[in-house]
Design a protein around this ligand. Structure first.
Ligand SMILES: Cc1cc2nc3c(=O)[nH]c(=O)nc-3n(C[C@H](O)[C@H](O)[C@H](O)COP(=O)(O)OP(=O)(O)OC[C@H]3O[C@@H](n4cnc5c(N)ncnc54)[C@H](O)[C@@H]3O)c2cc1C
Length: 378
């Protein structure tokens, strides 16, 4: 560690710092990585408390992805999941693994622990402080590095004129207590006309608490609270919440496509700000953290060797661009289906033994791994 400090401070970048806009999981994970490399890192977030906004999103994360991420998640686990039940009209697919596949994570706790980890590595995190466009332009023109980790509607991206994100899912997510938690270790995904271009879901937290959520693509021009009202009347949801009490409800959004450019000079975008999200499920943490690691390495080289930050753009697209594109293709395909088409697809999937195959070889993050396994088994 001391050796790294020497490398980063002794070459061309003496005194150079990194300013990260956004103390979400990805900004904080990046801040921890950079600080551990001995790079002076400052994080600014307009929210006043670290957990603010955490409840707007779900926390279903693959165990493999979490372990690879290095995130301090062990105290955030609410429940363990073995698989998923998928519904379309009268059809149902059950994808169940013999071993645990994912955890339901308490997002507020994960943020708190990721903040502590970044701060103990030396990052300076300031909450309740946005950074104006003028300040950002000044920091970048002074030669310091600016990172936009400020979420789906990235202020940094607009300040520096990055191209936009083409599609979002508008979401609404609520939690209920005194709920019926069956199945207690599976998520449920419901594909129907109520949630065009996305899906409805249920996630069991344990202790009588269930999460119900919906998304609808911005391309479908349907607002998420209307989609939620329709979804709440479905049999799948009523089975959980007929006698339950609503605790909370939040609207939010998820980027469903990546930005075509994520580096401009010494400014980079990461996480939701870059659109590094699985378009099939809306999961952004595993890919976001993986890209943050690549960004940290590229920043280290920019500071110590004076190389271009463009390396980040090339590396993350090479490492994860293919899988993100496969997620986008699958998303584009299912967006074109109506409930009837889904029913036919489910029937065919059962016929071809997809339930058993995915239960055994399914990978929540990497469709390319699933495809490889599919062809290797033959
Ligand atoms: C309903 C829903 C369900 C989801 N479910 C999952 C899931 O199960 N698994 C999964 O992996 N992912 C899930 N996601 C996606 C996941 O939440 C995101 O991919 C992840 O939070 C991205 O992290 P981030 O740090 O890039 O951005 P964010 O978490 O959005 O953090 C951005 C931070 O930037 C700050 N900020 C914004 N603007 C400014 C500004 N101008 N100045 C300073 N600070 C600013 C914000 O306050 C915020 O703290 C879900 C999202 C939603 C909406």
């Amino acid at each position: 560690m001391k050796g790294n400090i020497f490398i980063y401070l002794s070459k061309s970048g003496f005194g150079m710092k990194v300013v990260i806009v956004g103390a979400g999981v990805i900004g904080l994970a990046l801040a921890g990585e950079l600080s551990r490399m001995g790079i002076h890192t400052e994080v600014y977030d307009k929210k006043k408390s670290i957990a603010y906004g955490a409840e707007k999103a779900s926390g279903v994360l693959s165990i493999d992805g979490l372990n690879a991420s290095g995130l301090p998640y062990s105290k955030s686990i609410l429940n363990t999941l073995d698989g998923a039940v998928l519904y379309a009209g009268s059809q149902k697919l059950v994808v169940k693994s013999k071993t645990p596949k994912a955890y339901v994570i308490d997002r507020a706790r994960l943020l708190q622990d990721t903040l502590e980890s970044a701060e103990s590595a030396g990052a300076a995190v300031t909450l309740g402080r946005g950074v104006s466009k003028d300040e950002l332009l000044k920091i970048a023109s002074s030669g310091d590095i600016v990172v936009g980790a400020d979420g789906a509607i990235s202020y940094t991206a607009s300040a520096f004129g990055f191209p936009g994100i083409g599609e979002f899912a508008l979401t609404y997510k609520a939690t209920y207590k005194h709920a019926e938690l069956i199945p207690k270790d599976m998520v449920e995904l419901v594909f129907s006309n109520a949630t065009p271009g996305f899906f409805g879901w249920t996630v069991p937290y344990g202790n009588g608490i269930v999460e119900i959520g919906v998304g609808a693509s911005t391309k479908a021009k349907k607002n998420s609270s209307k989609a939620f009202q329709e979804f709440s009347k479905s049999d799948v949801v009523l089975a959980h919440i007929a006698n339950a009490e609503k605790i909370s409800g939040y609207a939010s959004l998820i980027p469903l496509s990546t930005r075509s450019i994520t580096v401009k000079g010494n400014v980079a975008l990461v996480g939701d700000a870059a659109g590094q999200v699985k378009a099939t499920t809306g999961g952004g943490i595993i890919f976001g953290v993986a890209c943050a690691k690549i960004l940290a390495r590229s920043i280290g080289e920019t500071i110590s060797k004076g190389t271009s930050l463009e390396a980040y753009e090339k590396r993350w697209r090479k490492a994860y661009g293919h899988d993100l594109k496969l997620h986008a293709l699958a998303h584009a395909y299912y967006s074109s289906l109506n409930t009837k088409n889904f029913e036919t697809l489910f029937k065919l999937s059962r016929l071809f033994g997809l339930e058993g195959f995915l239960g055994k070889y399914g990978d929540m993050d990497s469709p390319s791994k699933i495809i490889r396994r599919f062809f290797l088994r033959r």
